[in-house]
Design a protein around this ligand. Structure first.
Ligand SMILES: Nc1ncnc2c1ncn2[C@@H]1O[C@H](COP(=O)(O)OP(=O)(O)OP(=O)(O)O)[C@@H](O)[C@H]1O
Ligand SMILES: [Mg+2]
Ligand SMILES: [Mg+2]
Length: 598
C-alpha cells in the first residue's frame, strides 16, 4: 500500500523545544501598496516569483514523455562529454517554498491573498521595536525535507543574521544557518536511469547534499513607472528552504535531472507547496570548467579541491532553462579560456530563449554579509522523538514508489509509473491508488495475476484515457471529475469482457461530461453490455474453426490430443464478435463437437 502524503500540517508543536519568550507582535492591516523609490539592485537569491515560464498543468504529461525520450539524447551527450577536453562541474542550490501556513518569524499567515499587504506583521516590515518570533510549525516541513534528503539533523542549531538590507527584505536576512551550524547536513540524492541522467553504464549517480537551511522569502516588487516600485509584503518571511548540492554534477542533463528529482522528493514528502511550473521552486546553478588531464584548478568547495572558477546563474525557473543556461555558460567559459582570458567569479542571469548568460554583478564574498548569531532568536533544539516521529510518518519516497509501481503488484511500465508519481503534485497517484483499491473491493480475493492486470489497466486509463480527455478539454486535473469508483467499474467491466474497449471510452467521455449515474446502471440503461453469445452462435463459430483445420480435428479425435483444443478456442475468439467469446464455453462446445462429449 502506498502511503499517501499528509494533508495539512502534522501537529507536533508541543514536542518542539524552542522556547518563545518574545513579546507578542501586533498585526498591521494596511491594505495599500506602499511606494518606495527604485534602485537598481540585486534581486534576492531567495526570491521565488511566478513568471512567464510557467508550464500549464495540461502540458505536464506531454513533457514527461518528452523527458523520457530525451534520455537517449542525454546518454549520447554524456559519451561526447567524456571525450571532450573541457570537464564541466556544476553544483546547484534550490530555493523552495515550504508548505506551511506560518511565516518564519512573525505571526502573520502565509495564505495566498489577492489583497496586497494583508498578511503582514510589524516585524515583517522591521518596525522599530518589533522582534522576530520563530514559528516552530515551519520546522516540520523543513525537517521532512531534510529527512527525505537523507540528511543528518543537528540536535542544536542557530539562526544567523546576514546584514543585507533592501526594500524587499526590510528586517535584513535571517537564516538557519550561516556556517557552521545548519539544522541539516550531509544528505544525498540518488539519480537513476529513469530520472533522465546521462551515464553510459546505467549505474545510479549519487549527488551529495551539503546542507539544507531555512530562509525567509522577500516581498513581491513590481515596477511602477516612471520611477517607483510597488511592494507587496505578504510574502515577506514566508519560509523557504535552500538545498545546496556539492559540485559533483558533470553534464547539463544531469543537473536538470537532479533538480527535477529534488522537486519530486520535496513534493512527495509534503515539504513544499508547488514545483517549478507554479513558481514554488527556483534553482541557481554554479558552473565551472577545467581542462582534462592538466593541473587541477585552484578552487575548492567544502573539501573538494582542484575545481575551476565558478560563476553562478541565479533564479532559473524551468528544467529546460537549467540545461540551456549551463550549456551557454560552459561555452562562454571555454571561449574565455581558449582566448587566453580568465573566468571571473560572478553572478549571471539567464533569459528564456536566449543563447547567452549575462553578467549581473561580481560575486559578493561571505564576509560582506557580516554574519552574526541573531541575538533575538534562541538556539533551535530538535528532539530525537520529533525526528523519529517524522521519519515514521514520511510518505513513500519517489524511488520506492517506482519500485512498487513497476513491481509485481502493479506491473506498470516505468513510462507510466513516472508521470503517475510526478503529475499534479501527487494527486494523480492518489487517485490511481483509489481506483486500484476500488477494483480490489469489487472482487475481493482475486488472484495476484488478475490484480496486477487490473492495476496495469487502471494505470493506462488514469494516465492516458482520462489524461487525453483532460488535454482535449483543456482542463486541469481534478479527482472529482470521474469518481474513482466509476473508473474502477469501467475497467472491471472491460477486463471481464462485458463491454468493448470503444464502449468503455465512450462511457468515460459521457461521465467526463457530467453524467454521474453508476456505471452498471448506465451500461444497462443505455444497452451497452455485450450480449452473451447463444449456443447456436458458439456452435457456428466452432464449426467454422474446425473446417479450417480438419487434420487437427482428426488428431484430437484419434490420439486424444486435447492440448490442441486450445488452437481452435483461439480461432473462435479471433473470429467471434469482439470480446464476446468466452474461452471455457468455446472449449465446451468444441469438446462436444469433436469428441462427442462435454
Ligand atoms: N568551482 C565550482 N564549480 C561548480 N560549482 C561549485 C564550485 N564551487 C562551489 N560550487 C557550488 O556552488 C554552490 C555554492 O553554494 P553556497 O550556498 O554554499 O554559496 P553561495 O552560492 O556563495 O551562497 P548564496 O548564493 O546562497 O548566497 C554549491 O552548490 C557548490 O556545489
Ligand atoms: Mg546558497
Ligand atoms: Mg549561490
Amino acid at each position: 500500500m502506498l502511503r499517501p502524503r499528509p494533508r495539512g500540517t502534522i501537529r507536533l508543536l508541543d514536542r518542539l523545544s524552542c522556547p518563545v519568550t518574545r513579546p507578542q507582535i501586533l498585526y498591521l492591516q494596511f491594505r495599500q501598496f506602499s511606494s518606495l523609490p527604485t534602485r537598481s539592485a540585486p534581486t534576492s537569491s531567495s526570491s521565488v516569483q511566478p513568471d512567464s515560464d510557467r508550464v500549464p498543468l495540461r502540458k505536464q504529461l506531454k513533457q514527461e514523455a518528452k523527458a523520457l525520450r530525451a534520455q537517449k539524447r542525454q546518454r549520447k551527450e554524456s559519451e561526447e562529454a567524456s571525450r571532450e577536453i573541457w570537464e564541466l562541474t556544476v553544483g546547484v542550490e534550490i530555493h523552495a517554498q515550504l508548505d506551511t501556513t506560518a511565516k518564519l518569524f512573525s505571526r502573520a499567515a502565509t495564505s495566498a491573498s489577492d489583497l496586497p499587504n494583508s498578511n503582514v506583521a510589524l516585524f515583517d516590515l522591521a518596525f522599530p521595536g518589533s522582534q522576530p518570533e520563530f514559528q516552530a510549525a515551519t520546522l516540520l516541513p523543513a525537517l521532512r525535507a531534510a529527512i527525505a534528503l537523507n540528511c543528518d539533523i543537528q540536535p542544536v542549531s542557530r539562526f544567523d543574521r546576514k546584514h543585507y538590507f533592501y526594500q524587499d527584505q526590510p528586517s535584513g536576512d535571517i537564516a538557519n544557518p550561516a556556517p557552521p551550524e545548519p539544522f541539516a547536513r550531509n544528505g544525498y540524492v540518488d539519480l537513476y536511469d529513469y530520472d533522465g541522467i546521462a551515464r553510459e553504464d546505467g549505474e545510479r549517480i549519487r549527488v551529495d547534499i551539503k546542507q539544507v537551511q531555512l530562509e525567509q522569502d522577500t516581498a513581491k516588487s513590481q515596477e511602477y513607472p516612471p520611477s517607483s516600485q510597488l511592494l507587496d509584503f505578504n510574502r515577506v518571511s514566508h519560509p523557504l528552504i535552500e538545498v545546496i548540492t556539492m559540485p559533483q554534477i558533470h553534464t547539463p542533463a544531469t543537473a536538470a535531472a537532479c533538480v527535477r528529482k529534488l522537486q519530486a522528493i520535496l513534493q512527495a514528502c509534503g515539504a513544499v507547496t508547488t514545483g517549478m511550473e507554479l513558481g514554488g521552486l527556483r534553482a541557481d546553478v554554479n558552473v565551472s570548467i577545467r581542462r582534462r588531464g592538466e593541473a587541477p584548478g585552484n578552487n575548492h568547495y567544502d573539501g573538494i579541491t582542484g575545481l575551476g572558477q565558478r560563476t553562478e546563474i541565479k533564479n532559473l525557473s524551468s528544467f529546460k532553462a537549467i540545461e540551456d543556461a549551463i550549456i551557454a555558460e560552459k561555452n562562454r567559459q571555454i571561449a574565455v579560456l581558449e582566448s587566453g582570458g580568465v573566468v571571473e567569479g560572478e553572478t549571471r542571469g539567464w533569459t528564456i530563449g536566449s543563447t547567452e548568460t549575462r553578467r549581473l554583478r561580481g560575486k559578493e564574498g561571505a564576509v560582506d554579509y557580516r554574519y552574526m548569531p541573531d541575538p533575538d532568536i534562541p538556539p533551535l533544539v530538535i528532539g530525537e522523538d520529533l525526528i523519529s516521529r517524522l521519519q515514521d510518518t514520511l510518505p513513500t519516497a519517489p524511488d520506492q514508489l517506482v519500485v512498487e509501481l513497476t513491481g509485481p503488484e502493479y506491473g506498470l511500465s516505468i513510462e507510466d509509473a513516472k508521470p503517475l508519481i510526478e503529475l499534479d503534485d501527487g494527486a494523480r497517484l492518489e487517485y490511481y491508488q483509489d481506483v486500484v483499491d476500488a477494483l480490489h473491493s469489487i472482487h475481493p480475493g482475486q488472484d495476484d495475476i488478475t490484480r496486477a492486470a487490473l492495476a496495469r489497466m487502471a494505470g493506462n486509463w488514469v494516465l492516458h484515457e482520462l489524461g487525453g480527455l483532460l488535454t482535449k478539454a483543456d482542463r486541469a486535473w481534478d479527482s472529482e471529475i470521474i469518481p474513482a469508483r466509476s473508473l474502477a467499474d469501467l475497467v472491471d467491466h472491460l477486463q471481464r469482457k462485458l463491454i468493448t474497449g470503444p464502449t468503455a471510452k465512450q462511457v468515460l467521455a459521457v461521465v467526463f461530461e457530467g453524467d454521474h449515474r453508476p456505471i452498471p446502471q448506465m451500461l444497462e440503461e443505455d444497452n451497452l453490455l455485450l450480449r452473451p453469445l447463444s449456443r447456436e452462435e458458439y456452435l457456428a463459430l466452432a464449426e467454422t474453426a474446425m473446417a479450417q483445420n480438419p487434420q487437427m480435428v482428426e488428431q484430437i479425435r484419434s490420439k486424444n490430443q486435447l492440448g490442441k483444443l486450445g488452437w481452435f478456442v483461439g480461432q473462435m475468439m479471433r473470429t467471434g464478435e469482439k470480446g464476446r467469446v468466452e474461452a471455457p464455453k468455446a472449449e465446451e462446445v468444441l469438446r462436444e463437437l469433436i469428441l462427442g462429449k462435454a
